[in-house]
Design a protein around this ligand. Structure first.
Ligand code: HOZ
Length: 427
């Protein structure tokens, strides 16, 4: 595969952008080789600067659940762009998207739009601390909630990819109120509540962990968190930035039937444009300025282009049969991976919910970050490189999720399984 243009651009990019990228996982550091520079995407495919075509399983890390450049989204965006790109003032679009979200997530009676998942989780925690008048929070080892200071400890995603446990530049005082427990371990969470009675403001959790690879909550884990938080006057925050509108229209909370106090969303609700949101019950949300005293603001929040892409995306997702189609496609992919892995004699375990999937290169069950880390990352790197050469763009880290979109055809899945089979034989 020719990668001359990407190579040249990557060299040039490194002169101006640290590591040549604007987000670390894009740099292929965990897998080696040259990051591809993308020119365009259509449906399930992306095309790079050298004219290579790839079946895309990154899908912009989730938002492109309809695939790239979905005609309905593009048409609406073209119209919206002509009306103006940003006003720093309210539009009807914000009300329309908020209504759609609130209907899908009844726990979000009110919400506030922001520009990223990072902003959503950071703001939700501020609100939780203000509401409870407590400072400490609990997060989970390998959970990733964006890069705000207080959450940059024992994180997944790029931190896991690069093996960075805690980032320098974060004062100790910012993280000393962040308590960390292993995912799926309700006993340890209970112990933290016992150790710090009346001090914990909130538990923040990805209801399905998706930044240490996909790790499903074990039976009783989410319900246990709900019970512990309720009993101790703390809030439960679901970070559904990845799972929201992905694992089901109503997110993981609808699938697992556990209602959080606050929900953070991102990705899909902007249809590929920068967006995030946090929301919860009216009483809680009315603590936000200008109604209440908790401050949070943003010039581009509720941006008309992001709102437009979000509305169109949710309108398509709200049609009957969409989630069963996604389920069907992804289960075919998962079954295919299991089959070719066994044929190739490679120890590999898939972990999947709906159209979110990770293939862990390990023979032991993955239930938390420690078990995810048992994966053979060197083997994963070789797998990734072979797969790329076969025309499949898989997430460039063992600790990320692969995303299947509605645009992935049966032929794409078939070709992908063949390519994975070839890659597994080669490694
Ligand atoms: N795990 C991240 C998405 N939640 C990867 C994207 C990024 O950090 O650039």
């Amino acid at each position: 595969m020719k990668l001359e243009r990407s190579q040249k651009l990557f060299e040039e990019a490194q002169q101006y952008l640290p590591g040549g990228v604007d987000s670390p996982v894009r740099a292929f550091k965990a897998v080696g080789g040259t990051p591809i520079f993308i020119v365009r995407g259509k449906g399930s495919k992306i095309h790079d600067e050298d004219g290579n075509e790839f079946i895309d399983y990154v899908c912009s890390w989730g938002p492109l659940i309809l695939g790239h450049s979905h005609p309905q989204v593009v048409k609406a965006l073209k119209k919206a762009v002509e009306q103006g790109t940003s006003f720093g003032a309210s539009t009807e679009l914000e009300v329309r998207l908020a209504k759609l979200i609130s209907k899908a997530f009844p726990s979000m009676e009110m919400l506030r739009f922001v520009n990223s998942g990072t902003e959503a989780t950071m703001s939700a925690l501020r609100l939780a601390r203000a509401f409870t008048r407590r400072d400490k929070i609990i997060k989970f080892d390998g959970g990733y909630h964006g890069h705000s200071d207080g959450l940059l400890t024992k994180g997944g995603s790029g931190l896991a990819t690069l093996g960075i446990p805690d980032s320098p530049g974060v004062p100790l005082s910012y993280t000393q109120n962040t308590l960390v427990a292993p995912y799926n371990n309700i006993g340890d969470v209970k112990q933290l509540f016992e150790r710090y009675p009346g001090e914990i403001a909130a538990v923040i959790v990805e209801p399905v962990a998706a930044n240490m690879g996909v790790v499903l909550p074990e039976h009783g884990f989410l319900g246990g968190l709900r019970q512990l938080t309720r009993d101790s006057g703390a809030l439960l925050i679901f970070d559904e930035v990845i799972t929201g509108f992905r694992v089901a229209y109503g997110g993981a909370q609808s699938l697992y039937n556990v209602t959080p106090d606050l929900t953070c969303l991102g990705k899909i609700i902007g249809g590929g444009l920068p967006v995030g949101a946090y929301g919860g019950g009216r009483k809680l949300m009315e603590m936000m300025a200008p109604v209440g005293p908790v401050y949070q603001a943003g010039t581009l929040s509720g941006n008309p282009l992001a709102m437009t892409a979000g509305i169109e995306t949710l309108n398509v997702l709200g049609q009957p049969g969409v989630y069963s189609k996604l389920e069907e496609k992804t289960s075919k992919l998962e079954d295919g991976i299991a089959k070719v892995a066994s044929e190739a004699g490679v120890r590999l375990r898939t972990s999947r919910i709906a159209s979110l999937l990770t293939a862990f290169f390990t023979g032991t069950p993955v239930t938390d970050y420690d078990s995810a880390k048992k994966s053979d990352t060197a083997l994963f790197s070789r797998f990734f490189t072979h797969l790329l050469a076969e025309g499949v763009y898989w997430p460039p880290s063992q600790f990320e999720a692969a995303f299947v979109s509605l645009a992935h055809s049966d032929e794409d899945i078939k070709r992908t399984v063949e390519a994975i089979g070839n890659a597994l034989k080669a490694v």
